[in-house]
Design a binder for this molecule. Structure first.
Ligand code: 26V
Length: 813
């Protein structure tokens, strides 16, 4: 039945008979089939009726990493098997067709993937929600490795179009930059007009976000820039062809690229414009939909909540104020009262260099009205502070929305906190650090405002889709209610004691390892042994994530194995991840991984016992192959630096044991799976703080640990780079005379001894599997469904309309 329908779609959507259809035509037909099935549901979900049922959540994010949709949707709709069979009858492999779907890489890492997992869960739980972001023409760069050096290539993911998206020519908003302010009001009640700005248009493109077997289909709405008069026709007709296109090009540059991470210096002003562009369009769209409901503006915070994913969309706070004041003519107290109750802000990092601030200059030039509003917000806010804490000028300076030192800048986190109903961190320890350190003054001022919602991951994506064999095995024992009720995954724990279950679990892992071995063979041309321990470090390349610590361990192992031919070790170390293009140390680390790999993999003295591979172009697609195959998950950030981590959850859910520091969500994962099933090492947050306070000296470790010294000397000597012997000196210098800012050397001894433990444990394959099962079962609470429920209860007050009369306005702080 579904098969016939599919054949019909091949004809109607590609104009070819099935016999003549190639994989791209099959893809088009499959997408048409799914779209037909979900179209009805989608229009019902976005219909006014559905929205009136509960609060609507708007999730604003500069990044989304949704992954491919086809297999996800086929499984959700229970069409997977029938479609696979129909294709097979025509000699076509569904997995080959699925590979043709673009993987939207509209994000850098965890923050973007979290946005996608939360959207997935909101749909799954039937919560009305919209994701808002930018439709970047090129997502995060494609990573190519040339002789171990990262080369960034554009990723024109829309080259063949995006089969899922629906252009919404009916949803277009003007967004202005520049111009000046004119006061139209009376002296005691000024009213500003922002005039003369250069207006561009924001055009909506919608993508479906299907829930798992739920009736709800949410929308990811991405904005693309256009201009009212894209082409200056007169100029064109006068022969100025290049000039006529220049405005069009300038406008299009707004969505051309995603900024590849915090360490990249380029394009700051463009990034600022991107932030305002998507935020302005989104807030206008939110207000339009709200106005359509016919409810008075006073009810805005009862009907909507705008969750901002880090500070990147925090200009939305000033934008809502602008619209409420200048367009809807509310007075300041009303507008601020509504705004503060409509927003919530999630913080994802406390690293000072990633806490956004924008020069006042940018505002003066591009957003003069917003600057004026931010001054006013700040003024009122600081007067409130001074009233509560008189004579504390230092406190006022610390809390100010404006950093007055050096080039004056707006502190976006302060704007986000002042303008939100709640602020949340993404793991218990991260939230506690927010409260105790970076935002301690705010925590004291607004007790209870900073709350914790530990991150979660979509089990549909990271188990159901990535690891279907494991899902089948789990189903055979505990059914499949856990897919919609993730807590029920905990029922798997007793099966860890069943030898037959362990054998089956191990067999699944083994097949996943074979699949990864195939990927490594095709991507890297290296053959790896699926019987070895698969030791996996996959994430953005950053010094705090300490790829270097892992690498020093690899070199130490290499040295040990060369000296001792009888050491019973068999390990394959897998790295994958991208470096920000402007981050020299990260790129040199990649080169070092490559050069060490060349040496190690070619040395007969360690053959069969140690392999090192780097899989290029990490993204959701590759992660879905690597994660199910891992035995050991490396989560080794310097304690206090990884806000949460979500890769740690994906790997543990798929039955990897973690070797990790007491950082981010590792702490909660360890609690959930049991200390005995987690390899913990390294300095704690308190110890890190103490070491730094005492004046940390990496040389002490260099001189005090012969193995560490030998490893560093080997790297510095040019052993791994004979044709350029000084190449890696900057790495070794960074870890020694450079002060070793992320305490790699301080944790080396503890890490190596922990890894000895890992090796000894891995020799008992059956017991290792028992613990792997306990990891899978223990991860139940890290489902993003759970996280969304907490957001709904603690922050959004969603699920039901707030049972409250229209609020009386009180004088705002
Ligand atoms: C900052 C900037 C600054 C301008 C250029 C582009 C850019 C991109 C990202 C960032 C901040 C990144 C913050 C981030 O990704 N944090 C990660 O969030 C994950 C989800 O909560 C969490 O699991 C990770 O631990 C955390 O590092």
């Amino acid at each position: 039945m579904q098969g016939d329908l599919l054949l019909k779609y091949v004809r109607s959507s590609t104009g070819r008979p099935p016999k003549a259809a190639g994989p791209r035509q099959w893809l088009a037909a499959l997408v048409a089939l799914v779209r037909e099935r979900i179209g009805e549901q989608w229009s019902r979900s976005i219909g006014a009726e559905a929205e009136r049922r509960g609060k609507c959540v708007y999730y604003l994010s500069m990044e989304f990493l949704p992954g491919r949709l086809l297999i996800h949707a086929l499984r959700n709709l229970d069409l997977y098997e029938s479609c696979r069979e129909t294709l097979a009858e025509h000699g076509v492999d569904l997995s080959v067709v699925a590979e043709l779907e673009p993987d939207p890489a509209l994000g850098n890492g965890g923050l973007g993937r979290l946005a996608a997992c939360l959207l997935d869960s909101m749909a799954n739980l039937g919560l009305p929600a919209y994701g808002y972001g930018i439709r970047y023409d090129c997502g995060l760069f494609a990573q190519e490795m040339v002789d171990g050096w990262q080369v960034e290539r554009p990723d024109p993911w829309l080259r063949y179009g995006n089969p899922w998206e629906i252009p919404r020519g009916d949803l277009v908003y003007p967004v202005g930059f520049g111009g000046r302010l004119v006061d139209h009001g009376a002296a005691e009640r000024p009213r500003y007009d922002w005039t003369g700005s250069d207006e561009i248009l924001a055009v909506a493109y919608d993508l479906p976000v299907p829930g798992f077997q739920s009736q709800r289909l949410n929308t990811l709405r991405l904005w693309s820039p256009g201009a009212a008069h894209e082409l200056d026709l007169r100029s064109f007709n006068e022969g100025n062809h290049a000039g006529a296109f220049s405005r069009k090009n300038a406008i299009e540059s707004l969505s051309q690229v995603l900024y590849p991470g915090d360490a990249s210096p380029a394009g700051r002003e463009l990034r600022f414009k991107q932030e305002y562009f998507f935020v302005s369009a989104s807030v206008q769209d939110i207000l339009r939909r709200f106005r359509r409901s016919g409810r008075p503006l006073e009810c805005l915070p009862d009907d909507i909540v705008i969750q901002i994913n880090d500070t990147h969309p925090s200009l939305a706070i000033a934008e809502l104020m602008r619209l409420l004041l200048d367009r809807h003519h509310l007075d300041w107290e009303q507008a601020w009262h509504l705004t503060r109750r409509s927003f919530a802000y999630t913080n994802h990092t406390l690293m000072p260099e990633a806490l956004e601030t924008w020069p006042l200059q940018y505002f003066e030039k591009l957003l003069p009205r917003h600057l004026q509003l931010i001054y006013e917000i700040n003024d009122r806010f600081l007067r409130g502070v001074a009233r509560r804490c008189p004579n504390d000028g230092a406190l006022v300076r610390r809390l100010s929305l404006i950093d007055e030192e050096g080039e004056r800048r707006v502190r976006m986190a302060h704007l986000a906190i002042a303008g939100s109903r709640r602020v949340n961190g993404v793991s218990k320890i991260h939230t506690s650090l927010m409260q105790r350190t970076t935002f301690a003054d705010f925590a004291a001022l607004f007790p209870g405002k900073i709350v914790n919602v530990t991150n979660g991951i979509s089990f549909r994506r990271w188990l159901h889709e990535a690891n279907p064999e494991l899902v089948a095995l789990i189903r055979s024992r505990i059914g499949d209610r856990w897919l919609s009720q993730p807590d029920e995954l905990a029922a798997l724990a007793p099966h860890a004691d069943d030898p037959a279950f362990r054998t089956a679990f191990r067999a699944v892992k083994q097949r996943n390892k074979l699949r990864l071995a195939e990927l490594v063979a095709s991507d890297c041309g290296i053959s790896i042994d699926p019987n070895s321990l698969f030791d996996v470090h996959i994430k953005r390349i950053h010094e705090y994530k300490r790829q270097l610590l892992k690498l020093l361990h690899v070199v130490a192992l290499y040295d040990r194995l060369r000296r001792d031919a009888s050491l019973p070790i068999s390990r394959t170390v897998v790295f994958s991840g991208k470096a920000a293009p402007g981050y020299a140390m990260a790129k040199l680390t990649l080169k070092l991984i490559h050069d060490v790999a060349l040496r190690v993999n070619a040395d007969p003295a360690v053959a069969g016992r140690l392999k090192l591979v780097f899989i290029p172009d990490y993204g959701v697609r590759k992660a879905q192959v690597i994660v199910p195959a891992a035995d050991l998950s490396e989560q080794i950030s310097t304690a206090g630096h990884e806000a949460s981590g979500t890769g740690n959850m994906k790997l543990a859910l798929n039955g990897a044991l973690t070797v990790g520091t007491l950082d981010g969500a590792n702490i909660e994962i360890r609690e959930a799976v049991g200390e005995e099933n987690f390899f913990c090492f390294g300095a704690t947050i308190e110890e890190v703080a103490k070491l730094r306070a005492e004046g940390y000296d990496p040389w002490r470790h260099y001189h005090g640990n012969a193995e560490l010294r030998a490893v560093l000397d080997l790297i510095a000597s040019g052993h791994f780079s004979p044709s350029a012997p000084d190449l890696f000196k900057p790495v070794v210098e960074r870890l020694t005379s450079g002060g070793d800012p992320y305490l790699v050397l301080a944790d080396f001894a503890s890490y190596v001894s922990c890894q000895e433990h890992v090796e000894a444990n891995y020799l008992d394959a059956d017991d290792w599997t028992r613990r792997a099962v306990l990891n899978t079962a223990g991860l139940a609470k890290f489902s993003s469904d759970h996280a969304v429920r907490r957001y709904a209860e603690l922050i959004w007050n969603a699920g039901a309309r707030e049972e409250r009369a229209v609020p009386a306005f009180t004088a705002a702080e």
